[in-house]
Ligand binder design. Structure first.
Ligand code: NAP
Length: 217
């Protein structure tokens, strides 16, 4: 594969990430689909990237691009995290809190540190977040707190990139304000968003250098 620089989707094995991969590919974009778990074949324009830890990811991306004859990515979409409902925060297993901090917040910082050096000045780096980042949800406390922290993380990364000048990537947060249609982990959602709506909003952020810092869909 040669041609335009692919979009790197991290968390490509997830409910949202896998649909983002398929949607971007269906729109004719080259896609690098990165996950620690094996991925199903997603078609000719999707290059799978298997990795063990985020620290290994840049080398895994370079190797996958080499093998496919593709250029390095021109954009990153981080769809890392997810949602669950369980015990109240005061009653929850402390290990779950620690694990959620690691997977829903620290992993995003690790990914941004590892992957932004692969990008060129002005390239987009889009972090996907959920409604729990804005709305307190009983039983999902760790998700809410890490989601709120993730929103601030993106703001700080964007501010620091601006202060670094023209050599920096542009950071955005794409907040999916409702359950994504078909995800059975969301019980009786009041509203849903389709994968197509998510991919459309994402495409606009990827393509428009002047896209807002925070976009809701
Ligand atoms: N599903 C929905 O209805 C919905 C609605 C609104 C917003 N969202 C947002 O969409 C985003 C993704 O959610 P999702 O529902 O797709 O979650 P998901 O199905 O649980 O997938 C999340 C992915 O994150 C990756 N991941 C987890 N821990 C990681 C770590 N420490 N390092 C690197 N990757 C890690 C996993 O991939 P590997 O383990 O294979 O690497 C996993 O496939 C979240 O921000 C969520 O808030 C989802």
């Amino acid at each position: 594969m040669t041609g335009s620089r692919p979009v790197l989707v991290v968390g490509a094995s997830g409910y949202v990430g896998s649909r983002v991969v398929r949607g971007l590919a269906a729109d004719g974009r080259a896609v690098l689909a990165a996950a620690r778990r094996p991925l199903p074949d997603a078609g000719d324009t999707v290059i799978p990237v298997r990795y063990e830890t985020v620290a290994d990811l840049p080398d895994a991306v370079r190797a996958a691009c080499d093998r496919a004859g593709a250029p390095l990515p021109g954009a990153v979409v981080a769809s890392i995290g997810g949602w669950h409902k369980g015990a109240a925060l005061l009653d929850d297993d402390p290990d779950r809190w620690t694990a959620t901090l690691a997977s829903h917040l620290t992993a995003h910082l690790d990914a941004a540190r590892a992957l932004s050096p692969l990008l060129e000045p002005g390239d987009p780096y889009v972090v996907i977040n959920g409604s729990a980042s804005r709305e307190a949800m009983a039983g999902s406390g760790a998700i809410c707190v890490t989601g709120a922290g993730l929103a601030m993380l993106v703001q700080v990364l964007r501010l620091e990139a601006a202060e670094a000048g023209s050599g920096a990537v542009r950071f955005h947060e794409l907040v999916i304000d409702h359950a994504v249609a078909g995800d059975d982990r969301n019980v009786d959602p009041a509203q849903t968003r389709t994968a197509a709506q998510v991919v459309h909003a994402l495409g606009e952020v990827l393509d428009q250098p002047g896209a807002p810092a925070v976009v809701h869909v």
